[in-house]
Design a binder for this molecule. Structure first.
Ligand SMILES: [Zn+2]
Length: 551
């Protein structure tokens, strides 16, 4: 902080709760040193279960040793072994019989996949039922199934949250239901598939190439860019949870779906419009699907890295605050290294620096702090899921998770704002607001809500395990820059850099803002560690839980 205005902020900051010796540990240079190393060619993009995994894991472990931070696993190591299945889709065949004998499917009309770790998954002959958005959300009085028994049936559903127009402005989504423009828990494909599975459905059918102009309007971006890395081998946790998934998902071409509904004398678009209402009732088609899906499956061994600072309070040291940041990225494909400097060498470095700061406290924090670097986030948050299903310390005694996954704009300088993803769920928000206000900045919610980023990183697994969790993102309003600067850079980043080999440290990176953001997270974790009471949930969606979470 060198400019005149910042002098005032510094005065405020000295009144914060963190002893200066710890706070001053976090510097742009310290961060950049770690990021440069982790994102270098030598680390080959930190692919899971590749030789680069050893390098990344060793780097983090050695950094912890150098800071004299203890191994986090009670077995005396820094490692939690993570057993996964790697699943490579190997095609499949689907037949749909409808009332119209002329209706047929060609291979180009669909894709079929299975998240089960099984070589061949059969879809038995199953009547197709249209279940609208496939949402059951008691808190919103919403049930697309309306009591219909779908056991042994295949459910065809629309993507995303039901788009309910705002009564005050029909061009906008109603903020009172399904979080307005944000993707809610109920809009996630996994949530819908789990609901379908729990009701005995044999398969989920979704639509591809949906026509433009329907809510939610999504910018071309992270999910769809032409050069976007395709994860060729998704992974799942290798335990009981892995087989308890919907057997098959069929993605059906939109035009074929229109024809399929027409064969049962239904108009898909009229039903689609009607599905955005609580009054929607499921529709049974005169059609049935059957087929099989093939997977190539291999057992994958990977590692979470974990370190700890044992608390100083005789009682509270048996409670835990977890800082986390996934170490893995997309690895390499042929000559292309996916360096992942932002995603997530920066978060990995951030947790190392937070650990460093905690290690410099004159007196250890009251609660125990765990520093966790989960694996396989890029394969579906698997290292974090594995942790909550096989916790090293009781989840019931784990009071908070603070997750760092800085996939974007950390290198672009200081911001006037600081963003909380999934704002309004728990009392950690209030601590963030106080720390941010101390810096003279403001808290915003998700600054890019249609992307659904809240659901796309490891804190979600902790939240589903019942632990109040915090996901934040750098701000978008840059100090000394025009108002639209942040938006512009971010959309440029998403199209040219996110999940691409170009996610590298750039010569113009300025990590002064990153240090301010880390100061906020340091203060939040420290205050959680020191407070007599635990953080609490203020709003937790009823279905938001992991059935397999440990205790
Ligand atoms: Zn990523």
């Amino acid at each position: 902080m060198v400019c005149l205005g910042a002098g005032l902020l510094l005065v405020g900051a000295t009144h914060g709760p963190i002893p200066p010796r710890a706070r001053n540990v976090i510097t742009p240079d310290g961060l950049l040193k770690h990021i440069r190393m982790l994102a270098s060619d030598e680390f080959e993009g930190r692919g899971v279960a590749t030789p680069a995994e050893e390098k990344a894991v060793d780097y983090i472990v050695n950094a912890c040793r150098a800071m004299k931070i203890e191994p986090g696993n009670p077995d005396g190591t820094y490692i939690q072994r993570v057993a996964l299945w790697g699943i490579t889709a190997d095609g499949g065949d689907v037949v749909i019989k409808s009332g119209d004998p002329a209706f047929s499917l060609a291979a180009a009309d669909y894709t079929v996949s299975s998240a089960q770790p099984v070589a061949v998954v059969r879809i038995p002959d199953s009547q197709i039922v249209f279940v609208g958005y496939g949402v059951v959300a008691p808190e919103y009085g919403w049930d697309d199934y309306k009591g219909l028994d779908v056991k042994g049936k295949a459910v065809l559903m629309l993507g995303g949250d039901p788009p309910v127009a705002d009564p005050k402005d029909a061009t906008k989504l109603d903020p009172k239901i399904f979080l307005g423009p944000e993707v809610s828990y109920y809009g996630r494909a996994d949530t819908k598939a789990d609901i379908a599975k729990s009701r005995g459905a044999t398969a989920v059918i979704t639509l591809t190439n949906e026509p433009a102009g329907r809510f939610p309007v999504r910018p071309p971006g992270a999910r769809g860019g032409p050069n976007r890395f395709v994860v060729q081998e998704p992974m799942i946790v290798r335990d009981a949870s892995s087989t308890d998934r919907i057997a098959a998902t069929v993605a059906l071409n939109y035009e074929k779906a229109v024809a399929l509904f027409a064969a049962s004398a239904f108009d898909l678009n009229a039903l689609w419009d009607g599905a955005a209402s609580r009054q929607f009732k499921p529709v049974e088609l005169n059609a049935a699907i059957s087929g099989n899906v093939r997977n190539r499956v291999r057992a994958v061994e990977s590692k979470n890295v974990v370190a700890k600072i044992v608390g100083s309070d005789a009682m509270l040291r048996n409670e835990y605050v977890i800082y986390s940041a996934h170490w893995d990225h997309l690895g390499r494909q042929g000559e292309n290294i996916f360096h992942g400097a932002s995603d997530n060498a920066s978060g990995t470095a951030g947790v190392l620096e937070l650990a460093h700061a905690f290690s410099e406290l004159p007196k250890k924090p009251k609660r125990t702090i765990l520093f966790l670097w989960p694996t396989a986030e890029e394969r579906g948050l698997r290292g974090a899921k594995y942790y909550v299903q096989h916790p090293l310390y009781p989840l019931a005694k784990t009071v908070a998770n603070i997750n760092l996954d800085y996939f974007s704009n950390w290198g672009w300088g200081r911001t006037k704002d600081f963003s909380i993803l999934g704002q309004g769920m728990n009392s950690l928000d209030a601590l963030v607001k106080q720390a941010v206000a101390r810096q003279g900045r403001v808290v915003t919610g998700d600054t890019d809500p249609v992307e659904g980023f809240y659901w796309r990183s490891d804190h979600v697994e902790f939240a589903m395990a019942g632990i109040p969790s915090l996901a934040t993102s750098p701000g978008i309003d840059y100090v000394g820059k025009p108002a639209n600067y942040g938006e512009q850079r971010r959309s440029e980043f998403i199209s040219t850099t996110y999940h691409k080999p170009t996610d590298q440290v750039k010569p113009d990176w300025d990590l002064a803002g990153a240090v301010e953001d880390l100061d906020v997270l340091l203060e939040v974790g420290y205050r959680v560690a020191q407070a007599p009471g635990r953080p609490v949930w203020t709003h937790r969606p009823p279905f938001m839980h992991n059935l397999y979470a440990g205790k």
